[in-house]
Design a protein. Structure first.
Length: 97
């Protein structure tokens, strides 16, 4: 699966890594539910760091469609809430693969 982090690029993530990403994603969901901007920023930063650590970066000169798009860590609660609602087939930003 290819995950894009807005403004940062794309990474290929293996199915075995989704458990760890889902654990971090739970923090994103909680921050959105609580309306906690600071907790959301921390959770999004942790999620982006995990994607970069676990994934293989897609070179800039390779054009591929992203399966998932994660917001930048500067995203506001209302923006992430809208993204969660748009990806309603998932629980959170990351699917249970």
């Amino acid at each position: 699966m290819i995950i894009r982090i807005l403004g940062r690029g794309q990474w290929v993530i293996q199915p075995d890594d989704f458990l760890r990403l889902n654990e971090i994603d739970a923090g994103v969901e909680k921050a959105v539910a609580d309306g906690d901007e600071q907790a959301l920023r921390s959770a999004l930063e942790a999620l982006a760091a995990a994607v970069r650590e676990l994934g293989d970066e897609v070179p800039d000169d390779v054009i591929v469609e992203s399966d998932l798009v994660l917001p930048d860590a500067d995203a506001r609660v209302d923006e992430v809430r809208a993204l969660l609602e748009a990806q309603s087939q998932y629980y959170g930003l990351i699917p249970d693969e």
